[in-house]
Design a protein around this ligand. Structure first.
Ligand SMILES: Nc1ncnc2c1ncn2[C@@H]1O[C@H](CSCC[C@H]([NH3+])C(=O)O)[C@@H](O)[C@H]1O
Length: 338
């Protein structure tokens, strides 16, 4: 309905002001393991309250609210999972992402939203010491442990997209590797791929653990320290730059990209995974809204548009860039060629 035909309504304001209640409720539902309990077949309030060790009144009000939010269904008084809840919120599912709250709702991320007036006035985070981009910030260990579940799918999709499963020798550098899944998926797909993962030392412990569990540790090595300081070596066929550039301003990104360019073999490629905003900066809603997180938690980070990313790569010697969707994820990839 066009804005002129619609009756004015305070609904959006009311919902937005109360949005913290949604956050608290989904966090509680995950903690109580309500989605898993329903997935196991407990569909009544009595059965759920007994399984999750809650009062019946509390469980009834919680489950009805989750139905209102579309996380659950309710038919003849029996609760059920939606397709999304069954896949992502039932702890028994391989695609479970409930532990992402460990990072997404960590004090470091939430503190940035305590004083948005000050962040807007300043044009950057008011968290001391540059917020999340402070050296060796422990929040990144939470990211490595909690967000791996959300990155498993894009990591698999990127490895497949790169078309490198033919066993050719491949040297891969994963910058800001975190959990390491992006490099590990390439190593799983190509038995002759050697992966070098770069990140802070405490974070790399998680990547090494994951490489070990995936059975690729003999082709997996690490470089500890800041991506802006560490010597990368050279001759890489692929450099992975996933969810990293958005933390910095364009000139800082360009400084990094010059180093990346020098480290690539002739014909090498960079894979940038980002929340890419459209040129209007207000769509698609989730990638474009990501700018707000960057304002709150970093000094100068942003959700860049493709033309901004393209400019950074062109300014640092890359020949051409392609933008690709990565469905069903909400992120996009830019492939940049040396
Ligand atoms: N200066 C820096 N040098 C190297 N790594 C950094 C630096 N600043 C932040 N990081 C790491 O950057 C990562 C950002 S989160 C992205 C992680 C991963 N590439 C993914 O796409 O899921 C975290 O693992 C941080 O530890």
């Amino acid at each position: 309905m066009s804005d002129q035909l619609r009756q004015p309504s305070p609904e959006l304001f009311f919902e937005t002001v109360n949005a913290y209640q949604r956050t608290a409720t989904i966090k509680a539902a995950l903690e109580l393991d309500v989605f898993t309990a329903i997935g196991e077949g407990r569909r009544t309030i009595q059965a759920l309250a007994a399984r999750c060790e809650t009062s019946e009144r509390g469980m009834r009000i919680l489950c009805d609210y989750l139905v209102i939010l579309s996380f659950l269904t309710k038919v003849n008084g029996q609760y059920g999972l939606t397709q999304d809840s069954a896949l992502f919120l039932d702890r028994r599912s391989e695609a479970y992402i409930g532990n992402a709250t460990e990072f997404l709702l960590s004090p470091m991320i939430m503190d940035g939203f305590e004083d948005i007036v000050a962040a807007v006035r300043k044009g950057g985070t008011v968290i001391p010491e540059d917020g999340t981009v402070a050296p060796e910030n422990p929040v990144w260990v939470k990211f490595a442990r909690g967000m791996a579940s959300m990155m498993a799918l894009p990591a698999k999709l990127i490895a497949k997209f790169l078309d490198i499963g033919d066993g050719r020798n491949l040297k891969v550098l994963d910058i800001a590797a975190s959990h390491g899944l992006f490099g590990i998926e390439i190593a799983l797909l190509n038995p002759n791929a050697e992966v070098v993962a770069l990140d802070w030392p405490n974070v790399l412990e998680v990547a090494k653990e994951n490489a070990q569990n995936a059975g690729v540790s003999e082709r997996y090595s690490t470089l500890e320290g800041s991506a802006f300081d560490v010597n990368y070596g050279n001759g890489y066929d692929i450099v992975l730059l996933t969810n990293f550039l958005h933390h910095f301003d364009p000139s800082t990104c360009e400084g990094l990209l010059k180093k990346v360019h020098a480290s690539l073999a002739a014909g090498g490629r960079v894979v940038t995974l980002e929340m890419v905003a459209n040129e209007d900066r207000v769509s698609p809603p989730i990638p474009a809204s990501f700018s707000m997180i960057m304002l709150a938690s970093t000094p100068r980070g942003d959700a860049y548009t493709f033309s901004e990313l393209q400019r950074m790569f062109e300014n640092t010697g890359f020949l051409h860039n392609e933008l690709h969707q990565l469905p069903p994820t909400m992120q996009r990839i830019v492939i940049s060629h040396k």
